[in-house]
Unconditional design. Structure first.
Length: 265
């Protein structure tokens, strides 16, 4: 294209040409039929008007005789056919728009459902987070109480273990003293059996106490007192036996001195 050349204007429809000229579409068709306007039929059979257009006044001045009845019928038929095609196109376009609107509505409904679902999931997540936070606080409090109770239980067990160890030490001393006394002195059978029975009971009770860490301090104290009494009895028996032996030895010495004096006389 050389510089200064104008770009050809696109062909116009009959309605566009009528609007530009300010006349009816039937009159445009009449001017095309008479050759006053250049035009051609497109692939659908509709007239297309080729610009440039003459003015309405010039077209009216150059117009020939009035249309015959048959020409008018032909023009009206063309008008009706084109209107029918135009209406069909519009209906088709409306159907396409309806289908598009339906698809858009479906997509919008799906988006709304997804949004509602996301909102519900978010609310559920917030509820779970709040519940988890409350549950975490409750578990933390429970754990703190449990740890405190464990510390108290460990303190009690430590105190009970100390009492248990003291009771075991007392029992060991009693058993050692009893064994030593039984070997060195001749304790009366009835007294020894009684003492052994007391010690056996004390040992059994102490064993139960050792196995059961939940034994009360008062029970431990009573059992320690029982062991202390048994130990005291054993010590008294030992002392009595020692004194008896000393008296027997003294009597034996006196008897010996008396016999020697008699023999001397």
């Amino acid at each position: 294209m050389t510089t200064g050349e104008s770009v050809p204007e696109a062909p116009l429809s009959v309605r566009e040409a009528a609007e530009r000229l300010g006349i009816s579409t039937v009159r445009v068709r009449q001017y095309v039929r008479s050759g006053q306007l250049r035009g051609f039929r497109d692939n659908r059979g509709h007239w297309r008007i080729v610009p440039p257009l003459q003015s309405r006044e010039r077209l009216a001045a150059e117009a020939g005789t009035e249309l015959s009845e048959s020409d008018a019928v032909d023009l009206l038929v063309d008008e009706i056919l084109e209107l029918r095609d135009t209406l069909g196109e519009r209906e088709e376009r409306v159907n396409r728009l309806d289908a598009l609107a339906e698809r858009q509505q479906t997509a919008l409904d799906r988006a709304v459902r997804e949004l509602n679902q996301a909102q519900a999931e978010r609310d559920a997540a917030l509820a779970r987070a709040t519940s988890s936070e409350s549950e975490g606080k409750r578990l933390s409090a429970l754990l703190a109480r449990t740890l405190e109770q464990l510390e108290q239980a460990l303190a009690r067990l430590a105190a009970e273990d100390k009492s248990h160890r003291a009771a075991l030490a007392t029992l060991d001393r009693a058993l050692v003293l009893l064994d030593s006394t039984a070997q060195r002195f001749a304790i009366e059978r009835e007294t020894r059996l009684k003492l052994e029975t007391m010690l056996a009971e004390a040992t059994a009770k102490l064993q139960v106490m050792v196995e059961d860490k939940a034994a009360s301090t008062a029970l431990i104290s009573r059992r320690e007192a029982t062991l202390e009494r048994a130990l005291g009895l054993l010590e008294r028996l030992t002392e009595a036996d020692r004194l008896a032996k000393e008296r027997a030895a003294a009597n034996q010495g006196l008897f010996t001195r008396v016999m020697r004096r008699l023999e001397g006389d």
